[in-house]
Design a protein around this ligand. Structure first.
Ligand code: TXA
Ligand code: MG
Length: 347
């Protein structure tokens, strides 16, 4: 299949969104920019198109998809929200949508098992990216995982999508670099257990919305592990969130201290650094390639935006190994360290 590439610039983006929506309505899958990472979108109403998403990504069927909506009123077509759950869902929507917060909610009967992997819940978010939002308005709610092959580095640019999926999908819309750079935060909200208590949020995946911003609205809990011997995709609260993910082909080692790094003669090593010269790793070795996520200030939000891009650059540099220095875990740093651990072979 020939993959078409359309560039959505400042003046023509609405026209490009219209073309993308038409192709989706004809049953094809299209890679679209969102504020977090590029997504591979299919209509939630077209089973054949949903299957194409899994095939193009080589994604196992036990890993459910996120539904993206263009307007809040579409939520009632997707999720069955009880009276007890409604107030907290409304508060979260008011504060975080459109944006990078995904809510896992009881699903409407009509939602395909292909989307939910047979679970009785569905993940939903309303993206803030104007192109993605427009296509959702024109073509209806879209199921869209990140537009990479399963387990690989998430794409934050159209060229990264091309490297992952060229020849496998009908269209890539180039909307430039993603402004958040890490995937959405996924929570499963539950009503407050009793009067005067806070709602409970099970944090299924840290992401672009930091826990510091969610705390005001509810108590954040870890997912409960399934009983021993009962670990199936249906009993795991966040199926698809495997320990190995976002991985470069070049092995990546995440060390707490540069002392753990034991270079071998004749091998090429690259460094992924947050602060560059201001960190301990930078000057300790003659790196064959080095990428600093936030030169000078070591700002974690800047690091997050550049992270997947940097991983890809290092992976394409012909190195024997990538060494990563630890980053702090405040704010979006929690999501960054989560991705870094999953990308590494030693954590
Ligand atoms: O920022 C994002 O969330 C991006 C953009 C494209 O929106 N999407 C994304 O999708 O990261 P994906 O497919 O790469 O990751 C979605 C994850 C799944 O791996 C799964 O763990 C979780 O969302 N998920 C989806 N439906 C779920 C459900 N019903 N219950 C629990 N987890 C669910
Ligand atoms: Mg993904």
């Amino acid at each position: 299949m020939k993959t078409e590439l359309l560039t959505a610039d400042l003046f023509e983006w609405k026209d490009v969104a219209k073309q993308a929506a038409e192709i989706i309505s004809n049953g094809e899958v299209v890679a679209l920019p969102t504020e977090t990472v590029y997504g591979l979108a299919a209509s939630i109403h077209n089973e054949e198109a949903l299957k194409k998403v899994f095939t193009a990504k080589e994604r196992p069927s036990y890993d459910p998809l996120i539904v993206h909506i263009g307007t809040v009123s579409d939520l009632d077509e997707i999720a069955e929200i009880s009276e007890e759950l409604r107030p907290i869902v409304d508060q979260l929507i008011e504060k975080f949508w459109p944006g990078a917060l995904t809510l896992v909610l009881p699903k409407k009967e009509s939602i395909s098992d292909l989307i939910t992997s047979g679970l009785d819940t569905v993940a939903v978010r309303m993206p803030s990216h104007e192109i993605m939002q427009e296509v959702c308005k024109l073509a209806g709610p879209l199921a869209a995982p990140s537009a990479n092959r399963f387990g690989r580095i998430s794409p934050t640019s159209a060229s990264a999508v091309e490297k992952e999926l060229d020849g496998r999908i009908a269209l890539i819309v180039d909307g430039g670099a993603c402004r958040e750079g890490l995937e959405s935060t996924i929570i499963k909200p539950s009503p407050a257990p009793s009067e005067g208590k806070k709602a409970i949020f099970t944090l299924l995946r840290p992401g672009a919305v930091p826990r510091e911003q969610l705390r005001e609205f509810g108590k954040i809990e870890k997912p409960k592990p399934p009983k021993k011997g009962e670990e199936t995709p249906q009993t795991v609260e966040a199926p698809g969130l495997l320990d190995s993910h976002y991985a470069p082909i070049t092995p990546l080692f995440l060390y707490d201290s540069i002392d753990e790094f034991k270079p071998e003669e004749g091998k090429k090593y690259g460094l992924l650094s947050l602060k560059g010269e201001n960190g301990d790793f930078f000057k300790a070795y003659q790196w064959d390639k080095e990428i600093t996520l936030s030169p000078g200030s070591g700002k974690i939000s800047e690091g997050a935006v550049r992270f997947f891009w940097a991983l890809r650059q290092l992976d394409e540099a012909g190195l024997d190994a990538i060494i990563a220095e630890p980053m702090h875990t405040a704010n979006v740093g929690e999501a960054l360290m989560d991705r870094l651990k999953k990308a590494s072979v030693n954590r």
